[in-house]
Design a protein around this ligand. Structure first.
Ligand code: CTP
Length: 456
């Protein structure tokens, strides 16, 4: 009787195919008679935090095939697939390089697990870094978000935070001491001259001026939301970026998350029919002294969280609404503790509700003629959502987890691919969409300023 073939399986991205990959595949093949290689999709790699793959899946599969070691190539596109494949293909040995030792021991209940020694001194990450000039990034503003941003940059290839700027000496010095990043308190032009790009994370009212200065100096800019308080200034800054040939991106991080992309695709693909209504709510009760709870001029509910709530509306219904109405509940000194923006479109309507100092259910609901999408709080850090229908027994659950806690690395990766010109079309948050949101911010500011006169 013929001996049963010993089947081996291994997985990888195999980006910028290198000697380490070759040796791994060779040894994997030597473990048995028949080698199956799972090559990851770009989407799956993004979910698991590999953000800057260079080669297409076609190229990566071709490169694996050209070694002559693989008898079959499959695509790996989801969490949990390894268990399915092992059972489906009747695998005898699962193998990976020694960088994964222990991580896949749970597969021992299905087959033998072998970790092969990794080839030293080479990796796709290093090759990716070597291909591009490292972008020197300066952080403007050393408040709460700066350390989180700094940490997240370490997950994106080709970027290094080389400096920070904050005119407030105490904050700057504390940041420099804790994070060992060279920090400037004056000499803004010198600070700029030693960077290729900046991340603007200063107080809201200072954003646009820093952006303008950085763009004028030919630097790429990633700016925290809201970038400006007026439509015309938003237009001016995007024009300036385009004239200078540099990237300008508004940091509404939800826009760059894979789960949010997936939610938008499902909303648009007809599953829930024609979209009629969108309800997006974000509320947070911050600490009593925090800016969003106390700065009645330049912070408050809408300026802090309104961008998140407008995002799904502008993405799904577009920039051309027929009417917008803004209503707020005001607290001490005229700060908005709750703001509701109601949009009327030709064939639909939408509500963006933001609260700072008011608590409500933070949901995103997209209602259509066949069903609706519901994403629970924190939907702005989209990890999953459901599609529901008239029949309450039918629920389609979508999971699209992301790596890290706050999703910032996806925004940074998008920024980097724009800076390097490898990002393809600018569809996740276009300049036009960002400008449309600035227009609503302007309407909000006018209304609140008029009201503030009664407080001043
Ligand atoms: N591998 C190896 N020796 C190396 C690099 C990778 O044996 N020097 C192995 C990995 O352990 C894995 C397979 O090759 O089993 C595919 O790895 P992949 O993650 O695609 O390659 P890396 O170079 O490790 O990629 P990255 O730097 O993006 O993590």
């Amino acid at each position: 009787m013929a001996r049963k073939k010993k089947k081996v399986i291994t997985y990888g991205s195999f980006d910028l195919f290198h000697e380490g990959h070759y040796q791994l595949l060779k040894r994997a093949k030597d473990l048995g008679d028949y080698l199956i290689v799972g090559v990851t999709t770009e989407h799956y790699d993004r979910l698991r935090g590999k953000l800057n793959l260079v080669d297409s899946i076609r190229t990566r599969m071709d490169n694996v095939w050209n070694t002559g070691f693989a008898d079959e190539i499959i695509v790996e596109d989801h969490e949990g697939q390894k268990v399915e494949d092992i059972q489906h293909y009747g695998i005898d040995i699962f193998t990976l390089g020694s960088d994964w030792v222990g991580r896949f021991d749970y597969l021992k209940q299905y087959c033998e697990v072998v970790y092969l020694p990794r080839t030293v001194g080479i990796s796709s990450s290093e090759l990716r870094d070597a291909r591009q000039k490292i972008v020197r990034l300066g952080i403007i503003g050393t408040g709460r978000i700066a350390p989180r941003f700094l940490k997240e940059t370490s997950y994106v290839s080709g970027i290094e935070v080389t400096s920070a700027y904050n005119p407030e000496r105490d904050s700057a010095e504390a940041f420099e001491k804790e994070y060992q990043v060279k920090t400037w308190t004056d000499g803004f032009d010198r600070f700029l001259s030693e960077t290729d790009a900046v991340y603007v994370a200063s107080p809201n009212e200072t954003h646009s001026e820093y952006v303008r200065k950085a763009l004028n100096a030919g630097k790429h800019v990633l700016c925290e939301k809201p970038m400006t308080f007026t439509y015309s200034e938003a237009m001016e800054l995007y024009d300036l970026a385009s004239n200078k040939g540099v990237t300008l991106m508004e940091g509404i991080r939800t826009a760059y998350l894979p789960g949010f992309q997936q939610l938008l695709s499902v909303a648009k693909d007809g599953t829930i029919g024609k979209i009629c209504d969108i309800d997006a709510c974000f509320t947070r009760i911050g600490s009593p002294g925090s800016r969003e709870m106390t700065d009645a001029r330049y912070s408050g509910a809408f300026l802090e969280y309104g961008s998140y709530t407008m995002l799904p509306i502008i993405k799904l219904f577009g920039k051309e609404y027929e009417e917008v109405q803004i209503e707020s509940v005001y607290g001490k000194d005229g700060i908005d503790i709750l703001t509701k923006v109601q949009f009327r479109y030709k064939d639909g309507m939408a509500t963006a509700k933001a609260g700072a100092g008011v608590k409500s259910e933070g949901e995103l609901i997209v209602s259509g003629t066949k069903g609706y999408i519901i994403a629970k709080s924190p939907w702005w850090l989209t990890r999953s959502f459901d599609v529901r229908y008239e029949d309450p027994n039918i629920v389609e659950h979508h999971e699209a987890n992301f790596s890290g806690e706050d999703g910032l690395r996806y925004e940074i990766a998008e920024f980097m691919s724009k800076v390097n010109g490898t990002g393809g079309n600018d569809y996740k948050l276009t300049a036009g969409e960002s400008i449309a949101m600035a227009d609503v911010v302007e309407k909000f500011m006018i209304k609140r300023r008029d009201l503030r006169r009664t407080f001043d």
